[in-house]
Design a binder for this molecule. Structure first.
Ligand code: 6R9
Length: 660
């Protein structure tokens, strides 16, 4: 990247001033600077990769590993080779053996106010019964089982049952369409499906099985299907050939015992589809040993999870965040993990705070998109509840800019909870960049330094590290235990997507490219700017849409914004800003937005249009659908909007665009 480009400029420092971690937190933090608790310190070159043994020590191994890292087949790295273990044993059985049978494993909060608690013993029973049922259906080790369930307890139970018998699971987010499910089942040659009759969306019963039926018609293979009856009389369904009722099956295997199958550390634990820059979704393959080790270590060191805690990650298990930090991480540590089926604003906008209050939640982990919504709704809602049980807050999924950061810190954390802004990806499997909450100062807007044992480099087009404060490509020059092992679609695509760009195979020099752009400051703190594909070219200047967005987001009265490019004969691309306002949108707000961008970046980045909208279109994982906004700006035909959480917003934005 050269300096003439918009994003090669020095970027302003994150505007938030550094905060030291609150003393009350530091005094009891799991990982501190105190002697004797070295946080997997990889300051010394020769301590790497051996430092990762500390992570592996958090697990119970059936067979000890021989080698920490085998890099002979790079970039197809292998971790803890020779080791054997089982993920469901690590997440369940060993806690029973430690006398923690009656400790709550999962506290489930249903959409209609239902509540269920699974102790570790209950979870053990449910998982073994379903594991026995899966075996009966013919599932063998290495068969991919697709799970298409909403946030009900049967979802983690099914995942752990698969793990118990060595069958990799592929969880497809319940809100995805029948086509999306079929594509993923086809790509993984999956002959087993676990789904449900339906679920409640807001107050209404929504038919999930008909989507699953359509997907099954679209795939070539015969699919044995297990159906969880979630809605009972509310949505009667009939079971056809190759279809089984979940609860009947489990009842048949009541009291069954299924020994956890020892898996090689490198065996696939699960497969997770994520969207690629082009074409088909990518099937990201995760290992058993390295994945679990880094997940457990980061859950303990970054999220500060202790067995006695009640911990809540408000993501969906259908995404990597839910796999790693609702299911595997917290359960491996033997804590209580809260699982919530509903949305933050139903029946009212204080729903999450009510759940925190009632369950005395210690640790809360969510996404900036949610924080922006809370900020927009106002302090009245958290104000209704006692949030003093909270000890730590987390953020994931996007950059959290200083304003929402401060709001989260003050109004949810009462200035007593550190915030960990955790950067990672489906492909990294586990958290990679974050402050250690008992040690590192927080800089609002910057995620933090790479974790001990992790190396990050921000580089230019040629792979040379850029100076502090300069934007570049976010790369990871050294392997890490939870890294994706390959893509299910093939090793070639894996190399092409992540390694070709910045590696030199002839020199056996490998470097992972994340697809993100970032800056690093003098203290080694990483600020993520956005995806490389979030770059637009205006009058031959390359601008980062994220950079423009952060200038807009700082304006008082702006709740949320997304910036896209619109083709123009005049300037190549014009900047289009979609803004959701905290109050009523006004001309004055529009003026202040334009000024803020001009001040932060320059007139080159001033948006051609500011389109106010009540909400931005979001995927179910809360990421703004920029591509869709781009199509709207360009007046293009809109593609598939089935992955949207709020499809109804599209029409509103289109008419708003026509007015502006
Ligand atoms: C865990 C997850 C990965 C992409 C990633 C980056 C963005 C995630 C972030 C962040 C800034 C953070 N991202 N965490 N950007 N700060 N703390 O979200 O995985 O769905 O695969 O998305 O999300 O752009 O490359 P995934």
């Amino acid at each position: 990247m050269d300096d003439r480009n918009g994003w090669g400029r020095n970027r302003p420092e994150p505007t938030g001033s550094p905060h030291d971690p609150p003393t009350s937190f530091v005094e009891q933090a799991t990982v501190t600077n105190a002697a004797g608790d070295n946080p997997l310190d990889a300051q010394f070159e020769d301590a790497w990769p051996a430092c990762w043994e500390r992570a592996a020590d958090l697990l119970s191994w059936d067979e000890a590993y021989d080698t920490v890292l085998d890099d002979s087949g790079a970039p197809f790295y292998q971790w803890f080779t020779g080791g054997e273990l089982n993920a469901s044993y690590n997440c369940i059985d060993r806690h029973l053996e430690a006398g923690r049978k009656n400790h709550a494993a999962i506290r489930w909060e249903g959409k209609r106010g239902e509540r269920e608690t699974y102790t570790y013993q209950d979870l053990f029973v449910a998982v073994t019964e379903f594991a026995a049922a899966l075996r009966e259906l013919g599932v063998e080790a290495d068969d991919v089982v697709t799970i298409y369930l909403p946030m009900i307890p049967e979802l983690p139970i099914a995942m752990l049952a698969c793990a118990r018998i060595g069958a990799p699971h592929s969880v497809v987010f319940a809100g995805l369409s029948a086509d999306a499910l079929a594509t993923r089942m086809d790509a993984a040659d999956s002959e087993y499906l676990v789904t449900c009759d339906g679920y409640y969306r807001r107050g209404d019963a929504f038919n999930q099985k008909s989507k699953a039926d359509n997907a099954r018609l679209a795939v070539e293979q015969a699919v044995e299907t297990v159906v969880v009856d979630r809605l009972g009389e509310e949505l009667p369904h009939v079971l056809g050939d190759d279809e089984w009722d979940y609860h009947d099956l489990c009842a048949e295997f009541a009291g069954a015992s299924v020994e956890p199958v020892s898996r090689d550390a490198e065996d696939m634990l699960f497969l997770m589809y994520t969207s690629g820059t082009t074409g088909d979704p990518k099937g990201v393959v995760h290992s058993t040993g390295g994945y679990l080790a880094q997940i457990a270590w980061t859950a303990r060191s970054v999220l500060d999870i202790q067995p006695a805690d009640t911990y809540w990650c408000a993501a969906d298990i259908g995404w990597i965040t839910g796999h790693s930090y609702i299911v595997y991480g917290p359960l491996a540590l033997g804590t209580t993990t809260v699982m919530y089926e509903g949305t933050p604003d139903y029946p009212d906008r204080d729903r999450l705070w009510e759940i925190i209050d009632r369950n005395a939640v210690d640790i809360f982990y969510t996404a900036p998109t949610a924080v922006r919504a809370f900020m927009k709704w106002g302090t009245e809602y958290p104000g209704r509840h006692d949030l003093s049980s909270l000890r730590l807050l987390g953020s994931v999924g996007e950059p959290i800019s200083p304003r929402p950061w401060r709001w989260y810190y003050e109004h949810i954390g009462n200035e007593e909870c550190p915030i960990v802004d955790t950067w990672w990806q489906t492909e990294t499997g586990a958290i990679m960049v974050s402050t250690l909450p008992g040690i590192d100062p927080m800089k609002p807007g910057a995620a933090g330094p790479p974790l001990p044992g992790i190396e990050v480099a921000v580089v230019d087009e040629d792979g040379n590290e850029v100076d502090p404060g300069k934007a570049g490509y976010l790369t990871i020059p050294r392997p890490w235990p939870a890294m994706a092992r390959t893509l299910y679609d093939g090793d070639d695509r894996y190399r092409a997507e992540y390694w070709d760009r910045f590696s030199d195979p002839d020199a056996d020099d490998w470097c992972y490219f994340s697809g993100d752009t970032a800056t690093v400051d003098d203290d080694g703190y990483v600020t993520v700017l956005g995806r490389v594909d979030d770059v637009i070219n205006v009058a031959s200047q390359r601008l980062s849409t994220m950079e423009i967005e952060s200038a807009i987001a700082e304006v008082d009265g702006v709740a949320e914004t997304a910036v896209v490019g619109r083709s123009s004969d005049r300037r190549g691309t014009e900047i289009y800003a979609y803004v959701s306002a905290a109050g009523d949108p006004s001309d004055d707000l529009r003026e202040r937005i334009l000024e803020s961008v001009e001040d932060a970046i320059g007139p080159i980045a001033t948006p051609e249009a500011v389109v106010f909208t009540p909400e931005l279109p979001k995927t179910r994982s809360g990421k703004i659908m920029r591509r869709l906004l781009e199509d709207i700006a360009n007046g293009e035909e809109l593609g598939d909007t089935s992955a949207l959480r709020n499809p109804e917003i599209v029409g509103e934005i289109q008419s708003e665009r026509d007015r502006s």
